[in-house]
Design a protein around this ligand. Structure first.
Ligand code: 5GP
Ligand code: MN
Length: 340
């Protein structure tokens, strides 16, 4: 059965990006929202929590319902819906408080995602870990046969997903096909310069001041383990007027240092420590996230969390790094071999 067999115009369809949605999750959900709405379906996007301010330019972002802020309205809508579409995640645990509703309930569930190790909870899976972004799957599997229905709103949302999930075409399998898709999205009205400006050139002064603070005061380097990590404490962050998403991308600076193979961002949030992991080459960031921090993700970009104190997390990480010492050294050697 195809995607179209799982939806109908009589009942609401709810599109759900993952918690703390990024441009791929929100963009793919909104692209589908536009496509389905234009075709006369009753589509809605419900995000588990708020999305970063730098995504508010996405067409119809203001129509996204936020589960954590409008819980009852969201629950009512989900109850009425026949189909729930999980966008850019493939484990109910990635959907925050919406997760439990995905595990029970009589809904038909569709999953559209590119993360490794999908959980088996959906009735239809549009999935490939070869895709650089969920936006690529939306384009290839859903939009492409109906390309005459594409418009600038759909094209811009998908373009943003591909641009950001590849780190501006730096990682992932950047095939000729990916560039053909991007070319097609530009033909359908995506404006690359404007989108790049919205995503990368439209932040607050405080975010930049905070970046300077984090780079000079919060970055720790363990040369022995080819590892660099940021420790962000709530008290220090509160000195800056940070918006949702303002620490996004910071972790990549850790990996920009020569001979560093593994980067982390350890962030104190109310009641939980969130950890982002990034790696170079074949060092498995996701293995550490899965085994030790109830998380997951891709080989080179993963995330997880802990309910211990930040000091305890740092102690735990020392133990983990020492276990991985030889692999970290090996990866650092391989990377320098490519360089010379
Ligand atoms: P980030 O560090 O940017 O939050 O996430 C990087 C990658 O790891 C993303 O692909 C994201 O989907 C995944 N990820 C982040 N946090 C979690 C988590 O708690 N669980 C799982 N399964 N994946 C996560
Ligand atoms: Mn993605």
């Amino acid at each position: 059965m195809s995607f179209w067999d799982f939806i109908n115009k009589e009942h609401p369809i709810v599109l759900i990006p993952h918690a703390r949605p990024d441009a791929d999750a929100l963009g793919s959900a909104l692209a589908l929202f536009h496509l389905l709405s234009d075709l006369g379906y009753q589509a809605h996007v419900i995000s588990p929590g708020s999305y970063p301010a730098f995504l508010s330019w996405m067409p119809a972002a203001q129509d996204v319902l936020i589960f954590s802020e409008q819980e009852q309205a969201c629950r009512n809508l989900i109850k009425k819906a026949q189909t729930l579409i999980c966008v850019d995640f493939s484990s109910p645990s990635r959907a925050g408080d919406i997760g439990p509703l995905l595990e029970r309930g009589a809904h038909k569930k569709i999953l559209i995602d590119h993360h490794p190790s999908p959980k088996d909870f959906a009735d239809l899976s549009i999935w490939s870990d070869k895709a650089v972004a969920t936006a690529q799957l939306v384009y290839e599997r859903i939009l492409s046969p109906k390309i005459h229905l594409a418009n600038p709103a759909i094209a811009s949302c998908l373009y943003a997903g591909i641009l950001t999930d590849t780190g501006s075409f730096q990682h992932g399998f950047i095939s000729p096909e990916v560039h053909r898709i991007v070319a097609s999205l530009i033909e359908q009205g995506a404006q690359p310069n404007k989108i790049a400006h919205q995503l990368y050139g439209n932040h607050s002064e405080d975010r930049l001041r905070f970046l300077g603070f984090a780079l000079s005061k919060c970055l720790h380097i363990e040369n022995k383990y080819h590892t660099a990590y940021f420790v962000l404490r709530e008290k220090e962050m509160s000195q800056f007027q940070l918006l949702v998403g303002d620490t996004e991308g910071l972790v990549n600076y850790a990996l920009s240092i020569e001979k560093i193979v593994f980067g982390m961002l350890i962030k104190e949030c109310p009641g939980v420590i969130k950890i982002s992991f990034r790696s170079k080459g074949s060092f498995p960031a996701n293995e550490i996230a899965v085994k030790h921090f109830q998380g997951g993700g891709h080989l080179n970009a993963a995330g997880g969390h802990s309910h211990s104190s930040i000091e305890e997390v740092l102690r735990q990480l020392q133990g983990i790094l020492s276990q991985y010492e030889s692999r970290l050294n090996e990866e650092a050697r391989e990377i320098s071999e490519i360089r010379t």
